[in-house]
Structure formats: C-alpha cells, structure tokens
Design a protein around this ligand. Structure first.
Ligand code: G6P
Ligand code: ZN
Length: 544
C-alpha cells in the first residue's frame, strides 16, 4: 500500500454534471480543491474491482496536463492498479471509449469541454465514462453529484509528475502507469470496420477531400488514417496540430465556426468532400461539393447505406436518434424494417440500446453520429463511413443526397441558438411554454395549427429509468414541428435552442432553400414562445 495523503476539503457548489460531464471555465477548475473534489467524488462512488484499470485522456486543451498529473496521483491513492494515459495526455473521446473497452478498464476520465473554446480564460471539463466505454448514465452522475455535496477529504500520494510524452510504463506509488500511443488502437479499429481498399482505390482514381481538424484533437488521428493509411496527399488534413487554445477558435464543426471549409466547398476549387471534427473528436461536419449535409440527414443517409461497410453488412439492428434530431432516420428505419428509438439529448442515452443490441447506429442533430464500435459518438468514424459509401457506390455527396430525398422525401431542418441569455428570461420562456401546453392543441399560428404539445419524457426500454423534462415539443398538423430546449453544455448564462423541422414528401420541392421552407415554423416559434419578449433577442446567434 502506498503512503496515502489525506487532504481536508469541503463541498464546493456547482459540481452538478450537465449533458456531458462537468464543464466550467478554466479559472473555476483552477480554484483549490475544485478538480480534486470532483475526481474524488467519482472515485468514491463508481463501481470497480480490486486491481481495476482507469483510462485518462483529454483533448489537449489548456489545463489538461495539470489535471491529468493530479488524477494519476489520486488514482494511486484510491486503489487503482493501473492507469492508461494517452501520450501527451491526448485521447480523443471516441479513442478513449475504445481504450476503455479494449483493455477492460473499469472506466475512464475524459478531460474535455468538447467544442467549447480553450485557453486560460475559456473552458475545461471532466467526464466519467463507465466500463462499456460510454458516458456514465444519470444514476451514476447523480451519485457523483450527491457525493460532491458531502465530501470532506481527497486522497493523493507523494509522487512527482510523470513524463506524459514518453511512451512506456512507470510506477506511481506502486501503481502502474502506461503512457500509450494515442492513435494506433483507434486507427486499427477503423481498419476493421471499413473497406479501406475501396477507399484507397477511389483516392488513387482521383477522390479528393479536405479534413479540417480545427487545431484540436483529431489532427494526429486524421493524418495517420487519411494521409497515412488511405493515401490522401499530405495537406489533405488542415489545422492538424492540436493547440491548447485551438488557435483561438471555437473547435465546433458547424457552418459558423468552420466557415472557411464551407466557403471552399461552395467554391469552384472544392474537393469532392469536406469534413471537420470538434475539440475532442466526437462531432463531425460533412459537406459535399456544393452540398451541405445536415447532421440529421447524415444519420439517415449513413444508415440507409451502411451495408457498404464490411463490418455492418447484414447486421443493422436498429437506429436511434435524439428527440430534437429530425425524423429523417425514422423513415429509413421503417423502410428497412428495423427498430427506431427516440431518446433525450445526450449520447449517454444510447448506451443501453447499444449494449442490448437494439440499435447499431445512432445520431444527434448536434453533429454526432456513431455506432456500436464504441460508446461515444465518433467524428472520424462518420467521415470514414461517408468515404466508404462514396467509394463503393461511385457517386458524389450531392448525388447521394438527391437520390436519398427522391426515395424518402426531405426533412428540412435548422436549429436556432440564442446564446448567453439571462437565466431568468430563459426560465420564464420555458415555464411559459409548459403552462401553455394544455391549451395549445387546436390553436393556429399563421398557416400552422398545433396538433400535439408536450414536454418530452423518456422511459429507457432496457432499464426502465425515466428522464423527464427533456424539451418542449410542438407538433403541427401536417407533420412539421418546433422543439424548445435549454442547452445542458453551456458555461455562461443560458442557451436557448429552437429546433425547426418541415417534412416534404417525394412529390414536393426537394431542393428549396431551408430558410424559406421553415419560415412558417420560425414565425410560429416566436408567436408561441415569445422569444424576443423573454430574451431581448430579435435574431439567433447561431443557425446550424
Ligand atoms: C454534447 C453531448 C451530445 C449532445 C450535445 C448538445 O456534445 O455529447 O450528446 O447532443 O452536447 O447538448 P446541449 O445540451 O448543449 O444541446
Ligand atoms: Zn465533442
């Protein structure tokens, strides 16, 4: 047994994990005991056997190395036998999920604030993933939070920082710490899933791409896989070196923050496909030459064509999407005769469905797509599946999209975000909606009449757990809808998300402007929720 140092502490307010772990400003995490309290609370409540292995990795943002060194000492004091940590402290979120599963770890600490900016004045985050490689379910995050309310000590050992850059094994107070190659296991996994030969042939015959790693974690992964193993020319991956502040940008692969990529893809020099990923590598953006693919459509199109990828041939069990994600995937599930599930926002809700073999592919409107190969969404996986499909079918992104809509119809879709609004206004808006739910059905707003209005509640079909208050749904006659939700990942004020959707059948206009197709829903959203009255805003900050 190592000599354990017991450090007295007291509860610190504000340690309730959100949609995706605990996210705060770096300055908050730098307060004495802040990170330690949370990590100790994790170690105090999570299940593990003696001799357990813990995985630690992050997206490389500012403060990553500091927290990793402290977490290693604390793991040693808390009885872990082994820690696996990515070289340089780096593991993309899907790569961390893979390492947890592959090496039979009891769980992992994923240090990231995802797509939020990084640097001394920006964001940091800690998330705990369980043994299946996925984010801890609400029962576990709830217990962690309860523990933060009573904690009075954290445990550590007297040991110096380890060299995070040197691959190899060292001992920290008797616990084995292995610094592992961050990329190799993940790249090997991808080779088992996709038809790399077909992609290599397509590249040799002229398939071109640009991958924007946004100075975040996927740079080394994308270089190894796209340029190293698939033969795309050097320079295909841009912004490929992870930076602690992501070069001062938001590492969020959407049309606002990946503007340069979007402009390239809409111009005359566009390659065949453009893609980007976020801070920790779990999100993806797909743009074909002249054609942006919404994340909701991407899920539907990937599911419809998943048979092109060797590892998924003949084994699509079902499709899951989060509630605010468009229903495009539902039409594919119906046509293929497979199960279809609608979960609350947050990847953790897919874990049980994947473990139970009820679904094979999942996706969210927030640029997340993934499958049962890990228990996180996976940015590069989605890009590789797109490449696999394009290579096997020999068509362009635009052709694939048109053929898809011609078969299934098109779910026009957009999300309007109002960021950093005052909590009071955001709460008033949501409370007002809840109070109006009973009286909305039958009321008309412009051309639209409300058919159903409810607050989304989810009963997990595997463990029966119930999650209430997961967003307000207004469903209109004719099948269009508006959804209102407050973000669970912001770190400042509140963010209101308004999700707009309008379905057009195969005989309708399948190539119209999204904004025009959603004009009625946008007007109805304002009339129903009083966005301007409650938030003081006349237009959204971000439209995705
Ligand atoms: C994270 C989660 C996703 C979720 C997204 C949006 O990325 O991993 O599963 O969809 O946040 O969350 P928010 O609460 O900000 O809408
Ligand atoms: Zn992310």
């Amino acid at each position: 047994m190592p000599d354990i140092i017991t450090v007295a502490t007291q509860p610190i307010a504000g340690q309730k994990p959100g949609t995706s772990g605990l996210r705060k400003k770096v300055k908050v995490f730098q307060q004495p005991n802040f990170a330690e309290n949370f990590i100790q609370s994790v170690f105090d409540v999570v299940e593990r056997d003696e001799g357990a292995t813990l995985v630690i990795g992050g997206d490389g943002r500012f403060h990553n190395r500091t927290v990793i060194q402290q977490a290693i000492r604390m793991a040693a004091a808390n009885g872990y036998a082994r820690v696996l940590v990515g070289q340089g402290g780096i593991l993309s979120t899907p790569a961390a999920s893979n390492v947890i599963r592959k090496y039979g770890a009891s769980g992992g600490l994923v240090l990231s604030a995802s797509h939020n900016p990084g640097g001394p004045d920006e964001d940091f985050g800690i998330k705990y993933n369980i043994a299946n490689g996925g984010p801890a379910p609400e029962g576990v995050t709830g217990a962690i939070y309860e523990r933060t309310l009573t904690i009075d000590r954290w445990l550590s050992v007297d040991a110096p920082d380890i060299d995070l850059d040197a691959i190899g094994t060292v001992s920290v107070a008797g616990m084995s710490v292995e610094v592992i190659d961050s990329v190799a296991d993940y790249a090997d996994l991808m080779e088992t899933l996709f038809d790399f030969d077909a992609i290599r042939k397509a590249v040799a015959s002229g398939l071109t791409m640009r991958f924007d790693a946004m100075s975040a974690v996927t740079g080394p992964y994308a270089r190894e896989i796209l340029e190293g193993r698939l033969g795309f020319p050097a320079g295909t991956v841009v912004n490929g070196t992870p930076l602690e502040d992501f070069g001062g940008h938001h590492p969020d692969p959407n049309l606002i923050h990946a503007r340069e990529l979007y402009e390239l893809m809409m111009g005359s020099d566009a390659p065949d496909i453009g893609a980007a990923s976020d801070g920790d590598g779990d999100r993806n953006l797909i743009i074909g030459r002249g054609r942006f693919i919404t994340p909701s459509d991407s899920l539907a199109m990937l599911a419809a064509n998943i048979e092109c990828a060797p590892a998924y041939k003949g084994r699509l069990a079902g499709i899951a999407r989060s509630m605010p994600t468009s229903a495009a995937a539902d039409r594919v599930a119906e046509a293929l005769g497979v199960g279809c599930f609608e979960t609350p926002t947050g990847w953790k809700f897919f874990g049980n469905l994947l473990d139970a073999g009820k679904v094979t592919i999942c996706g969210e409107e927030s640029a997340g797509t993934g499958s049962d190969h890990v228990r996180e969404k996976d940015g590069l996986w989605a890009v590789l599946l797109w490449l696999n499909i394009l290579a096997v079918r020999g068509i362009s992104v635009d052709e694939l999209a048109r053929m898809h809509w011609a078969r299934f119809g098109r779910n026009y879709y957009a999300r309007h975000d109002y960021e950093g609004i005052e909590n009071a206004g955001a709460d008033a808006l949501m409370d007002g909606l809840k109070a109006a739910l009973a009286t909305l059905p039958g009321q008309s707003f412009g051309a639209l009449t409300v058919a159903v209005a409810d607050s989304f509640s989810y009963t997990d079909p595997v463990d029966g757990s119930v999650s209430e208050n997961q967003g307000i749904r207004i469903l209109f006659e004719g099948g269009s809808r508006v959804v209102f939700r407050l973000s669970g990942t912001g770190t400042q004020g509140a963010t209101l998300r308004v999700y707009l959707e309008n379905y057009v059948g195969t005989d309708g206009d399948l190539d119209a402007e999204t904004g025009a197709m959603l004009a009625d829903q946008i007007a109805a959203a304002e009339a129903i929720a009083g966005i301007t009255r409650n938030t003081g805003r006349t237009a959204p900050d971000v439209i995705t």
